[in-house]
Write a protein that binds this ligand. Structure first.
Ligand code: ZN
Length: 115
């Protein structure tokens, strides 16, 4: 949860406490409708607090998914680079590469060995 979200949750909590206090004060003053309105209004900051918590949890889950996808992608790239490097280890000269491995350049060490 970010600092801003924690501040918002603290504000929501303070508002709920204030509205609960106002509900009690209205109830003791025999103002039933006002007490009911304050009680109903005190639910709104609780809903906002729950939504803020849910949002920060979904944000954390999204961040974890992105990190996991990045690790998988980097692993796949590393594997592809390793396979390409393994394939290129057998390349000795350009002619061998362009002739699909059937001939070597005159200066190639493998050409001298074969000759
Ligand atoms: Zn060669």
């Amino acid at each position: 949860m970010t600092r801003f979200a924690r501040i918002l949750c603290a504000i929501y909590g303070a508002t709920t406490i204030f509205l609960a206090w106002a509900t009690v004060q209205s109830g003791t003053a025999n103002s039933v409708w006002t007490a009911l309105l304050f009680a109903a209004a005190s639910i709104v900051p609780i809903i906002a607090w729950l939504r803020e918590t849910e949002f920060s949890e979904s944000k954390a889950a999204t961040r974890a998914n992105v990190e996991r996808a990045t690790r998988v992608r980097e692993s796949a790239e590393r594997r592809a680079i390793r396979e390409a490097a393994d394939a290129l280890q057998h390349v000795c000269c350009e002619r061998w590469w362009t002739s699909l491995g059937t001939d070597h350049a005159p200066t190639c060490a493998k050409q001298r060995r074969a000759a």
